[in-house]
Design a protein around this ligand. Structure first.
Ligand SMILES: *Cc1c(COP(=O)(O)O)cnc(C)c1O
Length: 409
């Protein structure tokens, strides 16, 4: 939990005056809701009936044997309905919005995964949904635009700036400043102005709580290492949550090492050239250029391709409670292939970064230790990237034939 919205020096609520009241109101309502057992049951019911929780914890014996190292367990968030952990947060906030009497949800999305989870939760709960998305992202992420619209959401193109995620965030904030009386802004990761980092962690902590119970049932009271990938940080902080205040286990965050070192080649806020700054309402570590502008980032995984990191993760990283490693694109691709071969699992490209870090640490620790990795999502959505990389010519000729067939219809 933050102290007045701060994690050490990070976090806070650096927003325009018009956004103070909606954020304060949200914080108050969030605290009241979490203290109400009826609200907690509503969340539980949603996850049981719709999301498909609890998600499994797989003892990955083949992978452990192939590595010759620690016992690996995989939390399969990819089996949550809509394919990733993002639904945990979307459902929690949408249910809270409904409780507050809001009729309309707005969100911003970059790659589109958060937009899809939000649109799905809104469809399920009967809420109007508008998703702001940069024009450039709309062009690049057509499949997710298709799903959002199928769920009945309006995808609103943002034409300002670089026409990507940060412009979409600005557009959503502008909307909210004048619409908050009947509208909730459903932010997608454990970042942004308070109370979002606390709120998103709370809704994602179901991953960690389930994992802890599932491990206990297997007789494992204390794993040695927990590994998660870190974009904004929501799956990681939710997965780590039950262990944050304890001295153990080792908490390991895998961020995008991209093509390697150098600004523009990665999204390594903690292991690369991240600098302290205040961007879009919160203080944390960001990848910025000489002028303090958020710089371009690169990752093979859209979900880790982000210049900022949640304030609590930055704080715990500097304090030494969470260790960070950078995982390169090619290492993530190798891990994707490894877990597919050994366990029949398709890791999302983001999650494959955690998988790659788990392989390395399981090998280093050796037999008799326990490594638990969060597979934050499944990789069906990444077929355009993974198949292009791993199955190049055959995949490209398939795409060509498909588009020709489409034209002939
Ligand atoms: C969006 C996404 C991430 C990154 O977001 P966090 O907030 O860091 O969890 C990771 N994995 C998957 C599958 C995602 O869709």
């Amino acid at each position: 939990m933050s102290e007045n919205g701060f994690f050490g020096d990070y976090g806070g609520r650096f927003v325009a005056e018009v956004l103070r009241q909606p954020l304060e109101r949200l914080e108050m309502e969030f605290r009241k809701a979490m203290a109400d057992p009826a609200f907690r049951s509503e969340i539980e019911e949603f996850h049981r009936d719709y999301t498909g929780r609890p998600t499994p914890l797989l003892p990955a014996r083949n992978a452990s044997a192939a590595i010759g190292g620690a016992d690996i367990f995989i939390k399969i968030e990819g089996l949550a309905n809509t394919g990733a952990h993002k639904i945990n947060n979307a459902a929690g906030q949408a249910l809270l919005a409904k409780r507050m009497g809001k009729k309309r949800i707005i969100a911003e999305t970059g790659a589109g995964q958060h937009g899809v989870a939000t649109a799905a939760a809104c469809a399920r709960l009967g809420l109007d949904c508008v998703v702001y998305m940069g024009e450039e992202d709309i062009r690049r992420q057509h499949p997710n635009v298709y799903w959002m619209e199928l769920f009945g959401a309006e995808v609103r193109p943002v034409k300002s700036g670089s026409r990507t995620l940060k412009d979409a965030v600005n557009a959503a904030l502008r909307d909210w400043a004048s619409s908050w009386e009947d509208t909730h802004y459903l932010l997608g990761s454990a970042l942004g102005p308070a109370p979002f980092p606390d709120m998103v962690r709370e809704f994602q902590s179901i991953i960690g709580r389930e994992t802890k119970n599932q491990l206990a049932r297997l007789g494992i009271e204390e794993p040695d290492v927990m590994v998660a990938c870190v974009g904004g940080g929501s799956n990681a902080i939710g997965f780590f949550e039950p262990y944050i205040d304890a001295p153990k286990p080792i908490l390991l965050g895998a961020e995008a090492g991209g093509r390697g070192p150098g600004v523009g080649n990665n999204a390594a806020r903690m292991t690369g050239e991240g600098k302290v700054g205040v961007v879009q309402g919160y203080k944390s570590r960001f990848l910025t250029d000489e002028d303090g502008q958020v710089s371009l980032t690169h990752s093979i995984s859209a979900g880790l391709d982000y210049a900022g990191i949640g304030p609590q993760l930055a704080y715990l990283g500097e304090k030494g409670r969470i260790r960070f490693v950078g995982v390169r694109d090619d290492e993530a691709l190798d891990a994707l292939g490894f877990f597919a071969r050994e366990e029949g699992l398709i890791f999302a490209m983001e999650s494959a970064h955690a998988g790659a870090a788990a392989i390395v640490i399981a090998r280093d620790l050796g037999p008799g230790k326990t490594v638990v990795v969060n597979m934050s999502g499944r990789g069906d959505k990444d077929i355009f990237i993974s198949a292009a990389a791993l199955d190049g010519p055959a995949w490209r000729s398939f795409l060509k034939e498909e588009s020709e067939r489409g034209d002939a219809l």
